[in-house]
Design a protein around this ligand. Sequence first.
Ligand SMILES: CC(C)(COP(=O)(O)OP(=O)(O)OC[C@H]1O[C@@H](n2cnc3c(N)ncnc32)[C@H](O)[C@@H]1OP(=O)(O)O)[C@@H](O)C(=O)NCCC(=O)NCCS
Length: 302
Amino acid sequence: MDLDDVAARLGVPVDQVERLAGDGPSAPLPARSDAPELLDRLAVRPEDAREILDDWPSERWTPELRWLLDRSIALVRADLGGYDWLVPGPELPRYFVYAYLALLDDVRGYHREHGIPDAVSWTTLADLGRNLAVDRRMKGEGWPVMQSWLTLHARGGLYELGRLQFQRGHKSLSLHIPESGPLTPAAVDASLAEARAFFPRHFPDEPYAAFSCGSWLLDPQLRDYLPDDSNIISFQKRFDLSPYEEQAGLDCDVEVMRFGFRTLSTPLGQLPRDTALRRALIDHLQAGGHWQWRQGSFPIGG
Ligand SMILES: CC(C)(COP(=O)(O)OP(=O)(O)OC[C@H]1O[C@@H](n2cnc3c(N)ncnc32)[C@H](O)[C@@H]1OP(=O)(O)O)[C@@H](O)C(=O)NCCC(=O)NCCS
């Protein structure tokens, strides 16, 4: 394969395909006949499942797309057990779903090696369906981040335990908050308690001293707008915040659009003002303010 040619045909810069050009082993997709049941287990909604089955990789796929899928699987597979964010390939719509399906056997094997209960394994992996549903609501605008995010699940780097997801890390367990109903303090407490037992049992060589989080939810400016006993502010109060630092490549004004409105392109004046949070997000930006992506942590304790 000529990489310049592949990049041109895919319509992406050549460096985005060059980094995929290693010769590591790929993995096969599951049989298409097994896919409906698998997609159901992964909480993929019927309209997404239909689309995935209709576009199933075949001889109809162009050679460069088949090359991309094969090499993207190999790239992620080479880092099985890794837990850092990984860009699995160019920002192209949804091809990574098929890579994710091809990687299931490997990650399920990794989960088994670590004694991860089946229920945790499938609940964790079923974030695929949730992300595809959000991507559909976002008319595809959200997918570039989601395909990178899903490499964490596909490598055994992240586990969903009750209300929260926990990403293994270098020193701390990083918390993530899926969109799955209210973030009540009781649900968070239960999830943290689960994590305190889970990680020493399944990853005894990775002693963690702290929970950490990087999120728009930790911006203290939200306290000017939301009630003190709201779930978001109660969540904030658990953390010791690090001093604010701008993060390269991360614009929190964009991230609040992603998580608060599930759109990146709707003008401020046309966004819905139906909740206290949404009114806050809009008013702050319209007054010339900016939102901050903040980092915080607290000891695992327990
Ligand atoms: C995190 C999350 C579960 C918090 O929701 P919650 O438990 O309802 O939070 P609160 O009780 O503090 O909400 C306070 C107000 O903001 C509203 N609100 C909270 N999150 C909202 C969201 N994502 N979109 C719109 N409104 C939201 C609530 O409806 C409430 O408004 P109301 O009093 O007018 O009804 C929710 O924001 C969410 O699902 N976010 C998407 C995932 C996410 O952002 N993850 C973090 C990524 S870094």
